[in-house]
Design a binder for this molecule. Sequence first.
Ligand SMILES: [Zn+2]
Length: 253
Amino acid sequence: MKRVSPTKPKFQEDWHSKFKWLQKDSETDLLWCIYCRSDRHCKSSFGKTGAKNFKTSALEEHARSVAHQDAILLQERDKNGLEKCASKKKASVDVAIEKLFKCAYFIAKEDLAFRKLESLLRLLRECGVEGLPRMYNDNKACASFILHISKALEAEIYDRLRKSPWFGLMVDEATDVSVTKNLILYATFVEGRQVRTSYLGLLEVEDGTSNTITESILALLKKWNLDVRKMMGFGSDGAFVMVGMFTRVAEIM
Ligand SMILES: [Zn+2]
């Protein structure tokens, strides 16, 4: 009688979905458990040497084993620890950046040179302030911080201006080394029962003619969605700018 040799158990494709931890090394033809393999103390063949037992029962047995359960728990704990660590790190970076922004704001408010950021930070460190980053301490970083702050403040001030029933504008020429001209803009408006005057920002114009200045200001009002009909006053040191503005606003109205 011919003896039927038992077929060698083979890797079954549905094992992948049934045993999520299972990995097959196609070169060595060994079975590994991803959890147990990363556990240095694991004594199971699935973690230490690679298993040769291609039987569903062996896989089930491994899944039930205490060592396997422990390896999963260990990895979960490490993962959570890492995430906690990462979120802690992010929080400390946020705080550090906030401190830098505050320093840059102080520099701008006190009209100091941007390069003073570095010495200000040094002073704070000497006074025991912790969590100040060593990066972004130079004048370029300071300028960039101030630009971000001014953009945020700009949006805020125009928002307040829009809520006012009327407003007035004042324009002054700023001296600059560049060819283009900069105008300093101020606004007067009502907030609650108070009349307020606030600096709006700098407006770059190509030249100092009445027409260019007038059109630039009107474009700015349009950009911020301000109704020119609510503009009750306009002040400028150049009479010709006043005339130009008066004519154009009268035209619009
Ligand atoms: Zn395992």
